[in-house]
Design a protein around this ligand. Structure first.
Ligand SMILES: Cc1cc2nc3c(=O)[nH]c(=O)nc-3n(C[C@H](O)[C@H](O)[C@H](O)COP(=O)(O)O)c2cc1C
Length: 189
């Protein structure tokens, strides 16, 4: 699959199939996609925990928020943590650890798309529970869970809105509202 096709195909889908477990080869390939990502000074600040063993997976699912019940069918949840000390911190206050993690997660998501998998980042989870279950130290920010698995057909865990969301991509802002050309606020058209 071309990168452009992966960009167009990727969606935050929620209808997971719970029959096929993730294979080690699939997990290896997702790890490689994250690992080769760019980062400030090659600091590689990401600390992802790939949770896919039956018992650990059942445990981490207890940290999901109510609105993310659809994610209980995941065959793999990647829990990504990082801390400011593991990446560039500029004298003027800019910190790059969250940015670099996002970049690496973007690569994971596109590779998953190419492999025909769902890979859906979420913010709806309890960081405190995730920290406790996985043993993540206090100084790390638990940034996101990426919910992964094979696509399914049973949408009974989705709310009506979520079901609608499966059918078409949520609207983007009009392009001139947040893309500028040559000068701040000069709308791209
Ligand atoms: C950081 C982040 C947090 C998100 N949190 C949730 C979430 O908790 N639950 C959920 O169902 N979707 C979540 N999403 C998915 C977004 O709602 C989705 O990406 C957005 O509506 C655009 O849809 P699309 O990705 O299909 O184009 C999240 C996405 C990101 C990047």
């Amino acid at each position: 699959m071309e990168v452009h096709d992966a960009v167009l195909t990727r969606r935050a889908r929620r209808v997971l199939g719970d029959k096929t477990p993730m294979t080690e080869a699939e997990v290896d390939s997702l790890i490689e996609a994250m690992r080769l990502s760019a980062s400030c000074f090659n600091n590689q600040p990401w600390r992802p925990v790939f949770v896919y063993g039956t018992e650990p997976l059942a445990q981490i699912k207890t940290a999901l928020s109510k609105g993310n019940e659809w994610a209980t069918k995941a065959g793999l949840i990647v829990v990504i943590a990082s801390r400011p000390a593991d990446d560039c911190a500029m004298k003027d206050g800019r910190q790059y650890f969250l940015f670099d993690c996002g970049l690496a997660i973007g690569q994971l998501v596109l590779r998953a798309t190419e492999m025909g998998l769902i890979a859906h980042p979420i913010a709806g989870f309890s960081p405190a529970k995730a920290r406790e279950i996985l043993g993540i130290p206090e100084e790390y920010t638990v940034i996101t869970f990426v919910i992964c698995g094979h696509p399914g057909t049973d949408d009974s865990l989705l709310s009506d809105n979520q079901k609608l969301g499966e059918k078409s991509r949520p609207e983007r802002k009009p392009i001139g509202e947040n893309f500028f050309i040559d000068k701040w606020g000069a709308p791209y058209s």
